[in-house]
Design a protein. Structure first.
Ligand code: B12
Ligand code: SF4
Ligand code: SF4
Length: 373
């Protein structure tokens, strides 16, 4: 006779989840001080939604006092093998592995709902609330409580057998469960690879991430102009960043899919040519739609500037001349300033005479100064 917990784990595994754990509902009071300080220090930056409903985030029973447990689930995605090509020569950007397939919010939520239906089949009348990064829930903390893994220094939830390339989902329910497995020890030990190799120093002293320095935050969540001092640090990341996962030894053993160049490393020229319609056709069902076209092209312009490749100048000159979004033109001007040289200066001078937007005009002036230096 299989236990209720085993039946639920079976149905989760049928849906493709690789880990299932159970945690008794409680208030995560020990997180409260850190979280309140985090908010007060302005760390959410433009992710203002993170500051909403802190009571409910700490204790989901504020939403529904009947809740008794959290079922935590992990759904894998495949880290692709980075293609063996010179991105500067080929002018290709890089997209984080989690964003390569269809939007996980949709796919994983649908699967987690199936598991919740399974709970109701085993325990008739059970109530369930399902989340996949879709509400004020401390997802990694509940996963750690449910013994799925440990909180790594890179702030991701890590498992000894599955590394960290998985999404988390939770089912909050009124059903009580027995704990399964042992409490998870932490296995970072003396390793500091993620801290030392993060391109921007965003993981200051481990377990603490400064979003305003994080490429993932800057390329996905930050809306306006990218801080000038951060632009060179993007390297070729145009959406998200996987460095602190790629360098983690617990991710070493993973089967990596063959590189899919256009999805993983899209041509920067092709991205700069996207209009609203083609952006929607290409990224409308992917997590990438979050940046909107203007955010993706802003990031792409910066990466072209970081390439050091003179072939990027013609692409950026065309953007500066014909792009309707001031945000994108401004970053194209910066990128031309970075690339420098006669052709870049000519494109900037031509744009200076016709530019009507003040912020773009200011970027052009700074870029001309930089290109002359
Ligand atoms: C906001 C957010 C971001 C922000 C901020 C990230 C962050 N670390 O907080 C940004 C945009 C930067 C981001 C980036 C990424 N994210 Co994100 N993100 C979230 C989100 C929505 C909320 C996270 C949150 O609550 N942050 C609040 C702050 C306070 O958390 P924190 O800084 O880590 O602080 C905690 C720890 O430091 C801990 N702590 C403090 N001191 C100490 C000391 C010790 C010893 C320990 C053990 C712990 C500890 O307590 C604090 C409070 O709980 C979650 C989904 C969710 N609802 O949970 C997904 C989520 C965390 N993200 C996810 C992913 C996949 C990513 C990226 C890998 C995507 C990418 N490739 O670009 C990167 C990874 C960057 C990184 N190193 O974290 C996954 C992670 C899956 C996993 N295996 O862990 C989640 C769970 C989404 C999901 N449903 O799958 N993300
Ligand atoms: S996602 Fe990139 S920038 Fe952000 S902490 Fe990890 S390595 Fe650093
Ligand atoms: S790279 Fe090292 S310190 Fe960072 S999360 Fe992985 S094991 Fe922990």
């Amino acid at each position: 006779m299989r236990s209720v917990e085993e039946k639920i784990a079976d149905s989760a595994s049928e849906q493709g989840f690789i880990l299932t754990g159970f945690a008794p509902m409680r208030a995560l009071d020990e997180r409260r001080d850190f979280f309140d300080r985090w908010i007060a220090d302005g760390r959410p930056a433009e992710m203002t939604w993170l500051a909403r409903q802190p009571e409910r985030r700490v204790d989901p029973r504020v939403l529904d006092p009947r809740l008794r447990s959290v079922v935590s689930l992990a759904y894998p995605y495949t880290p692709p093998r980075p293609p063996d090509l010179d991105w500067r020569a080929e002018l290709r950007g890089r997209i984080a592995a989690y964003a390569l397939g269809p939007d996980y919010h949709d796919v994983v939520l649908r699967k987690a709902r199936m598991v919740a239906d399974g709970i109701a089949a085993v325990v008739p009348g059970a109530i369930s609330r399902v989340y996949v990064d879709t509400g004020p829930v401390f997802e990694r903390e509940w996963a750690a409580e449910a013994r799925l893994g440990w909180f790594g220094r890179n702030t991701n939830l890590l498992n000894r057998y599955h590394g960290s390339y998985f999404f988390l989902a939770e089912i909050l329910t009124d059903v009580e469960f027995a704990a399964v497995g042992e409490p998870y020890r932490e296995h970072c030990g003396t390793c500091r690879r993620c801290l030392d190799l993060c391109p921007t120093g965003a993981l200051t002293d481990g377990y603490k991430l400064e979003p305003r320095l994080c490429i993932s935050y800057l390329t996905i969540e930050h809306r306006g102009p990218l801080p000038r001092e951060m632009r060179p640090h993007l390297g070729n990341w145009i959406f998200g960043c996987d460095v602190c996962q790629e360098v983690c030894p617990w991710n070493d053993d993973h089967a990596r899919a063959a590189p899919v160049n256009d999805a993983l490393m899209p041509s920067l020229a092709d991205l700069m040519a996207l209009d609203e319609d083609s952006f929607r056709r290409r990224f409308g069902r992917s997590a990438i739609r979050r940046t909107k076209r203007r955010g993706l092209l802003r990031n792409t312009a910066v990466v072209l500037g970081n390439s050091g490749n003179p072939d990027a100048i013609a692409i950026l000159a065309n953007t500066l001349a014909s792009e309707p979004e001031a945000l994108v033109r401004a970053h194209a001007a910066w990128a031309l300033g970075e690339l420098g040289g006669e052709a870049a200066r000519r494109a900037l001078e031509a744009a200076r005479t016709r530019e009507t937007d003040q912020t773009v005009a200011a970027e052009i002036a700074m870029a001309l100064e930089h290109a002359a230096a």
